[in-house]
Design a protein around this ligand. Structure first.
Ligand code: ZN
Length: 179
C-alpha cells in the first residue's frame, strides 16, 4: 500500500492541485522517467564549459546583445539547481555585492549536462534573464518567455525531472562517459 497524499513535491510547490494530481497519476502509472524520455529521447550533447559558453553566447547575441560581456560560463557540480538556480516561485535573495555584479558569470548546474536541449535552453534563458532582471518577478518571466516561448512549460518539465530524480535517483539521458 503506498500513500498518495504523503508524497511531497518539493520541486513543484506553487503549482495547482490538479497539476500535482496529474503528476501523481503519472508516477503511479508508467512513471515520470518513461514519460520524460518519451517526450525527449535525446540529450543535447553540450558537455564542456567551452561548448556551453558558445551555446550561451549565441542566445545572448540574439536577445541580450547590449548587456555586459560574460566573464565566465561554466557547469558547476556544486550548484543546487532549485535553491541556487531556479529559485522558488517566490523571490529569492541574491548576493548583490559590486564584485559579483561587475563580474558577469553564468553557472549551470552539472545536472544539465545530461538533459534534452530544451531543458538546457530553459536554464540558460533563466540565467541570461538575470543579467537584466534581478528578481523572479513579472518582468523577469516576461523576458524568459520572450527568449523561449515555452519557458513556463519547460521549467515545469525540468521540475518534473527533479522530482523524478528525488523519488527514484535514476538519471535520464546520461552519456556513456558521464562524470
Ligand atoms: Zn533565478
Amino acid at each position: 500500500m503506498k500513500s498518495i497524499v504523503n508524497i511531497p513535491f518539493p520541486y513543484l510547490q506553487g503549482y495547482p492541485e490538479a497539476t500535482l494530481a496529474q503528476v501523481q497519476q503519472l508516477m503511479d502509472g508508467k512513471g515520470l522517467g518513461p514519460w520524460l524520455l518519451g517526450k525527449y529521447p535525446q540529450p543535447h550533447g553540450v558537455r564542456t564549459d567551452r561548448a556551453l559558453y558558445g551555446y550561451v553566447q549565441d542566445l545572448k547575441q540574439d536577445y541580450l546583445r547590449s548587456t555586459e560581456p560574460l566573464a565566465k560560463v561554466a557547469f558547476d557540480s556544486k550548484l543546487h539547481v532549485v535553491k541556487n538556480a531556479l529559485g522558488t516561485h517566490t523571490t529569492i535573495s541574491r548576493v548583490q555585492g559590486n564584485k559579483l555584479k561587475s563580474k558577469r558569470e553564468i553557472r549551470v548546474a552539472s545536472l544539465f549536462k545530461d538533459t534534452p536541449e530544451p531543458f538546457l535552453k530553459m536554464i540558460v534563458v533563466h540565467e541570461l534573464a538575470h543579467l537584466r532582471e534581478r528578481d523572479h518577478d513579472k518582468a523577469f518571466y516576461q523576458l524568459c518567455a520572450h527568449m523561449e516561448p515555452s519557458y513556463h512549460q519547460l521549467e515545469f518539465e525540468v521540475r518534473i525531472y527533479l522530482t523524478h530524480l528525488e523519488t527514484t535517483g535514476e538519471r535520464l539521458w546520461t552519456a556513456a562517459a558521464a562524470d
